[in-house]
Design a binder for this molecule. Structure first.
Ligand code: HEC
Ligand code: HEC
Length: 501
């Protein structure tokens, strides 16, 4: 028997659609959530600048990916932890704040993991200011040593802040709210609380690993212990290392004219870094990038490539305070006789039989701590750093002294020597016993008489540098070959000529 099936009760199309929707709802929510998360957390975009100088000052080298601080936490901390700063804001640590910028020079920004993240770039250690008088506006000079930036006080600020009670969402989120003008619920209840907890944990971990730094005498502004920090990053057992390898604060150097620093008179590469431990400017750049928080997988090679390219021919500005040409001409003769072999024919001609060679420690006689801090073992570790990458380090090696380097932009490189232990050029031409035993570092008011920064009078933010502290010795680079036995008038003439560099 064929009885037709009873007609199915017709559901309203609207209801049907609703049923489907209800069935699919969890999946749609997940898909929407995933789309939000992808849009929010996947983009990896650095803020970029067309102008190479702006790129140098504010561009990213990739450090934010591994080490970046969330932008708003960076902005909130000077208020939340003001008791750990020597003065007002990041400027009190010697960072340079330009008008109309939200970040100091040397701090770059990248969108990564759903947040704007900031970290340091090359300019933080290689850019600074000069003032003609205490009341004059600062001249900004890229490529010169950041002689006012106190990187250890900078690290200490973050470590102490993280260890204190205010590094928590209860204090930081309201401050971000105030600065950013209100946070959405996802940021307020999820993103920032997690970011604050992660950042705190990471800072406390680093604080533990870098504890050896707190046993060292203060570096003062413009100096950093480069290679001991590298040992920490390579997980060296710092407590077990011999004491003489644990001290190596060196002055930030200038970094202009890298192209001319590639080859020396005998056709080989110049041995550079203070102790001449690397002959390749490309590797010195990448090893420096390691110091800006990048690691082999996170380094932004294209961005570093732009900096590298610009550094090849970047030049220092000329000495602005007038030069006595007659006196300088007399000085030129003395310079050619005494100094040119080791330091190059002039401030722009780097030819000289011994330029880019290492002078043995016994001969140069300057403080040995920086030399001893760089060990064969560290060289071996650096050789493995980029293993498997085409840009693997191959040219780091242990040397026995300090490098004879070109003196371009010399007027901007005070205090002098690798440890910054001699305040002015005129002082460097005196025997060590007659050089200032204590002086103030970190000022940017210029002293055109002695050629260097005013260093004899205390002022807010200056650091009293004591040459009797281990690693700070101001001996060496003295004797007949180094001009310290010349009559005073000859020394004056030499200094006048060095102003042309
Ligand atoms: C934390 C501070 C700091 C940062 C950041 C930094 N540098 Fe340096 N740089 C130094 C110090 C200190 C030295 C000297 C190291 C030594 O020989 O002891 C140096 C040395 C150099 C030299 C070698 C100078 C020479 O010819 O002997 C170059 C080139 C250089 N840096 C480039 C860079 C570049 C490029 C960056 C960014 C990718 C960078 N630096 C980031 C502190 C820094
Ligand atoms: C035998 C080679 C040699 C001779 C000769 C020599 N120097 Fe040097 N000079 C060096 C070395 C090596 C250093 C680095 C020493 C250190 O930092 O510990 C240096 C450092 C310097 C610095 C410090 C650079 C800086 O950026 O801090 C100045 C300035 C300088 N020499 C000037 C002179 C002058 C001027 C003469 C000639 C009167 C001279 N030197 C002669 C090898 C030499």
């Amino acid at each position: 028997m064929n009885t037709p099936a009873p007609p199915r009760p017709r559901r309203a199309p609207l209801l049907r659609a609703l049923g489907v929707l209800i069935l699919l709802a969890p999946w749609m929510l997940i898909a929407l959530g995933a789309a939000y998360a992808a849009l929010r957390f996947l983009p990896d975009r650095a803020v970029t600048y067309a102008d190479p100088v702006e790129h140098f000052k504010y561009g990213s080298t990739g450090g934010e990916r591994e080490s970046g601080f969330p932008y708003w936490i960076w902005q909130a901390l000077p208020q939340v932890c003001s008791e750990h700063l020597p003065g007002k804001g990041y400027a009190s640590l010697g960072l340079i704040q330009e008008d109309g910028r939200d970040l100091p020079i040397g701090v770059s920004k990248r969108r990564h993991l759903g947040l704007d993240r900031v970290f340091l770039n090359c300019a933080v250690c290689h850019t600074s200011t000069v003032r003609d008088t205490a009341g004059a506006p600062p001249r900004l000079i890229v490529g010169m040593p950041a002689h006012r930036f106190d990187i250890r006080a900078f690290e200490t600020f973050f470590f102490d802040c993280a260890a204190g009670p205010t590094f928590s969402r209860e204090f930081i989120v309201p401050e971000i709210d105030r600065l950013a003008g209100g946070l959405g619920p996802i940021d307020r209840y999820l993103v920032y609380p997690v970011a604050i907890a992660l950042m705190r944990e990471r800072l406390l971990m680093l604080r533990g690993r870098f504890s050896f730094v707190f046993d060292q005498p203060a570096w003062g502004p413009g100096r950093v212990d480069t290679f001991n920090s590298a040992k920490v990053l390579f997980n060296f057992p710092m407590q077990a290392l011999p004491a003489q390898e644990l001290l190596g604060a060196s002055d930030f150097p200038s970094i202009w004219h890298q192209r001319k620093r590639m080859t020396r008179d005998d056709g080989a590469r110049m041995e550079l870094h203070w102790d001449g431990n690397n002959t390749h400017t490309e590797e010195r750049n990448k090893s420096a990038a390691f110091g800006t928080g990048t690691t082999p997988p996170t380094i932004d090679l294209a961005a570093i490539g732009r900096v590298e390219e610009w550094l090849l021919d970047a030049a220092p500005p000329p000495y602005p305070y007038g030069i006595d040409e007659t006196l300088a001409a007399r000085g030129a003769t003395l310079y050619t006789q005494y100094c040119a072999d080791c330091h190059g024919a002039s401030g722009s001609d780097f030819r000289g039989a011994r330029v880019g060679h290492v002078t043995p420690l016994a001969e140069i006689g300057t403080d040995r701590a920086r030399l001893d801090s760089y060990t064969r073992e560290l060289a071996l570790n650096q050789a493995t750093l980029y293993a498997g990458y085409p840009h693997r380090f191959r040219h780091f090696r242990k040397t026995g002294g300090y490098a004879n380097m070109p003196l371009d932009g010399l007027w901007l490189r005070a205090p002098y020597l690798h440890n910054g232990s001699v305040p002015t050029l005129r002082d460097l031409l005196e025997p060590a016993a007659a050089r200032p035993a204590r002086f103030y570092r970190g000022g940017d008011v210029y002293d055109p008489l002695r050629v260097g920064f005013v260093s004899t009078t205390p002022a807010a933010g200056l650091f009293l540098f004591d040459t009797t502290v281990p690693g700070n010795g101001n001996g060496g680079h003295e004797g007949a070959a180094y001009g310290t036995e010349l009559p005073a008038a000859d020394k004056d003439a030499l200094v006048e000529f060095l102003k042309t560099f």
